[in-house]
Design a protein around this ligand. Structure first.
Ligand SMILES: Cc1cc2nc3c(=O)[nH]c(=O)nc-3n(C[C@H](O)[C@H](O)[C@H](O)COP(=O)(O)OP(=O)(O)OC[C@H]3O[C@@H](n4cnc5c(N)ncnc54)[C@H](O)[C@@H]3O)c2cc1C
Length: 389
């Protein structure tokens, strides 16, 4: 039977909801209930390419990425379960058009304390001889970055939260947030109503049906993004770093010893409930070809298939981390726009601070407030390639 009352209800069992639930619990807020309509990680999280890098155009996202990386690296010790983190190193490669943007980002990222620097084309070829840097003007390198296993991370957060006393309820859908006289009083679900004065909506692409009736009107577009899986020729390409190649629009990372995952980058707005979760062969082949130009040995690899998932895209490709105005006690952590996974540990931290202390103290998240859109104070990226943010 579902819990009848909770101090906080978290809606959504993706990496964000589970990180928030754990971080609330670690601050002593344990009379909590997380509602997941399906199983943990079944939304965008389970389909993520899960690259963990720290290259960002703004100090607040860079700081969250850097702090989150430390948590991912130390996950077993801190959370008591695996994250699947693998350090591969991460390269950002640009042509002349984006050289200045990248150089200013590196200066900013280093100011935040991030271990990242520019490398010459010769140095890049020494660190990663499997890459062909033809056509590239500038290269930035992050030696400590890599990727993780999004399902392992999500379920580890959930288990750690449960061990501290939180409740996770799967197979239960939140239908609406109940508000009386401007205050949250409960969450209506398909298994009854839970009384609460605090709800955190972390429902990924499916947040609008819950937030819209509360007056939240920021567009959260479901954008389909595809991932291609290649079985690499391990005899000639046993390993390689993660790469964001803006020059040829290729983004790829290894997946264990045998596979490579390539982001396709032909993104389209779709229906969140009826999108095609498989890959389209033509753009998949084009992405495979682009990645093989940057890493020629990959061209001998074997196309194994792939999948598609949803980005939840806001007008400036940055999330909204805030209270929901007009419904006291309602909060949202939504709109991660295709780059949220790497930030998830710190999203849990700042959201739990916002809920328990009234404001986030670890990182200044005011630039990610909801009102920035009506105020015309959007977050800017140094690149035209929005997902790099
Ligand atoms: C293909 C792809 C590649 C990506 N690659 C990267 C990457 O390399 N690096 C990176 O940092 N990020 C990446 N991302 C983005 C990242 O995965 C997302 O930002 C992150 O997973 C979002 O997590 P979430 O918890 O907000 O959403 P979700 O994982 O979608 O979780 C929301 C959950 O809420 C549940 N839910 C929804 N509505 C309700 C309801 N009414 N009641 C109960 N439960 C509900 C859903 O079932 C779902 O499980 C990628 C995303 C995709 C799709």
């Amino acid at each position: 039977m579902m819990k009848q009352t909770a101090d906080v209800v978290v809606v959504g069992g993706g990496v964000m909801g589970c990180s928030i639930l754990y971080n609330l619990a670690s601050r002593g807020v344990t009379n909590t209930l997380l509602l997941e309509r399906s199983v943990l990680g079944s939304g965008s999280t389970g389909r993520s390419q899960a690259i963990i890098r720290t290259h960002y155009s703004n100090p607040f996202t860079a700081a969250m990425a850097w702090e989150s990386l430390q948590i991912y690296r130390d996950f077993q010790q801190r959370l008591g379960g695996p994250s699947g983190f693998v350090e591969t190193g991460y390269f950002v490669m640009v042509g002349e058009d984006d050289r200045e943007a990248m150089e200013s980002n590196i200066t900013l990222n280093r100011t935040v304390g991030i271990d990242t620097y520019l490398v010459s084309l010769e140095e890049a070829a020494t660190i990663a001889p499997m890459l062909d840097v033809n056509g590239v003007t500038s290269v930035a390198y992050e030696p400590r970055s890599g990727y993780a296993d999004p399902y392992a991370v999500t379920t580890t957060y959930a288990r750690a939260a449960r061990e501290l006393g939180a409740t996770v309820q799967m197979g239960t859908e939140a239908l609406s947030v109940q508000v009386e006289n401007g205050r949250v009083t409960g969450v209506v679900t398909n298994a009854g109503t839970v009384a609460t004065d605090t709800v955190v909506v972390a429902a990924g692409p499916w947040a609008p049906p819950l937030l819209g009736p509360l007056g939240f009107d920021i567009p959260l577009e479901p954008v389909r993004h595809q991932v291609v899986q290649i079985q690499r020729p391990w005899d000639i390409l046993p390993q390689h770093p993660a790469v964001a190649d803006i020059a040829t629009k290729a983004s790829f990372r290894p997946d264990g010893d045998q596979f490579t995952l390539i982001g396709v980058g032909e993104d389209e707005i779709v229906d969140r409930d009826s999108f095609n979760p498989a890959v389209d062969l033509e753009p998949a082949a084009a992405a495979f070809e682009r990645a093989s130009r940057r890493m020629p040995a990959l061209g001998q690899g074997y196309f194994r298939g792939g999948w598609a998932g949803l980005f939840t895209v806001t007008p400036d490709w940055h999330p909204v981390l805030d209270r929901v105005e007009g419904a006291e006690g309602a909060y949202c952590a939504v709109g991660f726009s295709g780059h949220g996974f790497k930030l998830a540990p710190m999203i849990g931290t700042v959201m739990s601070e916002l809920v328990t202390e009234g404001e986030a103290t670890s990182v200044d998240i005011k630039p990610l407030r909801a009102s920035r859109f009506s105020e015309g104070d959007l977050v800017r990226s140094s690149y035209r390639y929005s997902v790099l943010a």
